[in-house]
Design a protein around this ligand. Structure first.
Ligand SMILES: [Zn+2]
Length: 331
């Protein structure tokens, strides 16, 4: 039996920063969230340190009891150096050396990983991917981030850009993507892209059920409003949903035939919509992947769901220790 490692995890989100103290078995001793909407790093970074020390106190631990911390960060980022380059939701954070700052302030070793990879690792160590040596995780939220574990290892790629399945081009004649390419998977199926499409297409249709479900506001349309309209069989909504499920199946097909994974773990949309999403996707899959690859793979919703952020940074730290031979996988 290997020792249980105590770890600190940071989850840097667009509006909140989650901080959790826990261990390598996935037990969380204490956690907190601090505001991160339009903040400046010079205020928030010291606040992260004081909150961490408070949490350690609450958990009856001292900093010397902690093996390492992990930071789950939005892209773009300099992964090996732990620098947040330009997080999309906050104009004040530019080239923030967050890993170095926290290492100096806390006096322990830290690691840094992108948030989709941390999502994969969190599900892999503590959730739906536990025990799986070949798995893929997709965030399925406003954007589509991805993380890949192959042969029991997180795939980083040469420049730490592996796993960006959301920006695989499914159709060069498709919609323009924020990343600069055209027809990306995310441009078809990401929550933000779909919301923008609906806002455009329903602009002259003010009494449409989707707008009603969005509280009567065109600008508040989201996937939740779309899902509700699908459930009452609205023709436009059903057609759009079906198209979205087909494009998801196409993307999963690429993953299935490329990686032959044992599990594809799906974030927000899959656990929120359930069979309304999973059933058509499963039906379309044989068009995009070999039978053997489909049969070998379980398509499952995230097990950690909304709580995934509490585990993301911890999982990033644990994986970094594993990659350095300082933690053994129990499977
Ligand atoms: Zn793209």
């Amino acid at each position: 039996m290997q020792e249980v490692l105590n770890l600190i995890g940071y989850d840097i989100g667009g509006t909140k920063i989650g901080i959790g103290i826990g261990n390598s078995n996935g037990e969380i001793y204490a956690k907190a969230r601090i505001e991160n909407k339009d903040t400046k790093p010079e205020t928030v970074l010291p606040q992260m340190v004081t909150t961490t020390l408070d949490l350690l106190n609450k958990a009856n631990l001292a900093i010397k009891d902690i093996k390492a911390f992990g930071i789950s960060s939005p892209s773009p980022a300099d992964i090996p150096n732990g620098i947040m380059i330009a997080p999309p939701n906050n104009p004040y954070w530019r080239d923030v050396h967050i890993k170095e700052f926290l290492q100096n302030a806390l006096g322990i070793e830290g690691f840094f990983e992108n948030d989709a990879n941390c999502g994969m690792l969190a599900e892999g160590f503590f959730g739906a991917g536990r025990g799986s040596r070949d798995a893929v995780y997709l965030t399925m939220s406003t954007g589509i981030g991805g993380g890949i574990v192959a042969n029991g290892r997180l795939v980083h790629g040469k420049g730490f850009l592996a796993g960006e399945i959301g920006h695989a081009v499914l159709d060069p004649g498709g919609p323009k993507c924020n990343c600069g390419l055209t027809g990306c998977y995310e441009a078809f199926c990401g929550g933000r892209a779909l919301a923008q499409r609906m806002q455009r297409e329903l602009a002259d249709w003010p009494d449409h059920p989707i707008i009603r479900f969005a509280g009567g506001k065109l600008e508040d349309i989201d996937l939740v409003a779309l899902e509700k309209a699908v459930r009452i069989n609205d023709e436009y909504a059903v057609k759009l949903w079906d198209e979205m499920c087909l494009r998801n199946a196409q993307a999963f097909g690429i993953l299935l035939n490329t990686l032959n994974p044992e599990k594809i773990i799906l974030g927000t949309l899959a656990w929120a919509a359930g069979d309304l999403f999973m059933e058509p996707v499963r039906r379309y899959l044989p068009r995009f992947a070999w039978k053997e690859c489909i049969e070998a793979c379980e398509l499952v919703p995230s097990a950690l769901k909304r709580e995934i952020g509490s585990y993301a940074g911890l999982a990033g730290a644990l994986n970094a220790l594993y990659e350095r031979g300082r933690y053994q996988l129990p499977w």
